[in-house]
Write a protein that binds this ligand. Sequence first.
Ligand SMILES: Cc1cc2nc3c(=O)[nH]c(=O)nc-3n(C[C@H](O)[C@H](O)[C@H](O)COP(=O)(O)OP(=O)(O)OC[C@H]3O[C@@H](n4cnc5c(N)ncnc54)[C@H](O)[C@@H]3O)c2cc1C
Length: 583
Amino acid sequence: MSSIPRPSPPLLFFVVDDTMATRILLASALLSVSALLCATAFSPVSSHVGRTVPLRLVSTSPADADTKSPTNEISQSYDSIVVGGGPAGLLSAIMIAQRDSKQKVAVFDRLPAPPSPTDEKVWQQTDRYYLIGLGHRGQRALDRFGVWDEVEAVSAPVVGRKDWQPGAKADEGVERLAADKPTTTQVLPRDKLVGVLYKHIMDNYADQVELHYEYQVTPTSFGDEADDSAATGVTLSVSKCSTVDETSTTPNPEAECEVDTYQTVTGNFLIGADGAARGIANAMEANDSERRSKQSALQRLFGGVKPFKVKRFEDDNKRVYKTVPVKVPSDWRFDLNYSARSKGNRITFEALPADDQGTYCALLLMKEDDELAQPNSDPKQLHQFFDEEFQQFGPLITDETLALVAEKPSSNLPAFRYAGPRINEGGATVLLGDAIHTVKPYFGLGANTALEDVSVLADSLEETSTLKDGVRAFSDKRAGEANALVTISRNMDRPGKLGTAAFIIPLILDGMFHKLAPRLFAPNMFAMFQKTGTSFRYMQARKRFDRIAQLSILGSIFYGMFSAAKSLVSVIAKKIGVVQLLF
Ligand SMILES: Cc1cc2nc3c(=O)[nH]c(=O)nc-3n(C[C@H](O)[C@H](O)[C@H](O)COP(=O)(O)OP(=O)(O)OC[C@H]3O[C@@H](n4cnc5c(N)ncnc54)[C@H](O)[C@@H]3O)c2cc1C
């Protein structure tokens, strides 16, 4: 009998267990998941320490030759300032510009401007960019602000997957199409998505939105911080950065920022969309802890302002990865997620399309201490590993590529973090995107939820009459979502055999009970991720209810069976003249 291996990170690159029922369950659920990374974009924030020295700041020119250049000048004040030019930051700028054509918005990012989304030479280097899959959440948000068509035009659809079980021969892959999925996942590099948003801003809102690249922002004041009832604006310091090693074959851009010179900029509204670097959140956390240290216990309890903290989970189920560019043969489908596991679950191979021409980006997902995860590992060993374990993919990768893969260092997946229970500071600052919820990319929810945050912020601003009320409404709506998303995702990534059981058993229970009583029991979590209009908090509560009901029913059944067996034995014992046996 086969054992149930741990489904190590079930991204689009989940690993399926060996029991058929669960495999089908998992596969159908996970088909809907949408993400693959081809490399990390992490870059730690340099600390900003320095004197106030006004500085002439020069912005970089955009990498996109098709669009107008962004402005070079940084003003002293703006209506709105967005820190972070990732998907969430740029969509936020578009949202604000659409809400009010008189608003002056500045976006700052510490890295260079993104490449043109249509520059094929750039995107052919698939292992320099990580891919993200956009499902219904991301697509709806982009559509709401009129950008989806442009994003879709440069994305590749994924309509299903083909899996090889450990030890399977090249022709033993099993193909499954996600026929009943309401939204087809569209895959593109994260930086290409950013390129589309950048171009959209330059084409439509260049007079309103200033894009400043290679500038790092650090908040120096959040305005009236005594409580969250005022909106008195924020003060920020902006430093010039330069990017190190732009020619690197891995997409780990590092920025070095000048630490002792900066320009002071003020804004009425600050959106912290600085991702996992979380510079704004760190400043809010320091601010909160300083404020609380000055308060009495009673003030802390009844002062009316919720605390602010970043919950940092220890990564106890760590996986690292290396990226592999792959060209699939012309007789393979170009719209599938190809996936294989090696024997003993040592390494998982996952590949998603980088375009619709068969250019794929694959990921080798492994434990940190695996010898093939090390930099400058032996290319012959890697070759041999592919020959033995991934025969279907080995012939698609040249020796030269394998040598480069063996040589490069592996990258870490992001760790689980969420911010809360409030995600605003005063009445003028909000956080969104990865800054409030960082998850491993297994379920393809990071970018999708970040884009959805922007849509919820737009709702909050629309539903209220003042900025401070909008900011507070957004915090109330979204902080719980960030918590629920990260908690759900982390619970599905617990280490060891218990972790495997905690992942598999709920899927089996949900599969059984939802089939028996679909009105009473919700489908499994993966299927719930795909439901439109379903919040993470609802999913969390629904699954708690389901679990209690399932265990109560199973408990009652077992108790009933036990009681019946006991009565039967008792009757038989009386009949054959034995007064009391065991019972
Ligand atoms: C390796 C990896 C793989 C991933 N794979 C997937 C996937 O497959 N599917 C999916 O949905 N999601 C995936 N994600 C997550 C997804 O990329 C993020 O959820 C998404 O990019 C979040 O968008 P964001 O705008 O909130 O943050 P980011 O995209 O992180 O953007 C933040 C921006 O802020 C800038 N910045 C940071 N600090 C400062 C500062 N102080 N001043 C100025 N600028 C600053 C950064 O340079 C960056 O450009 C992955 C993430 C990583 C790291």
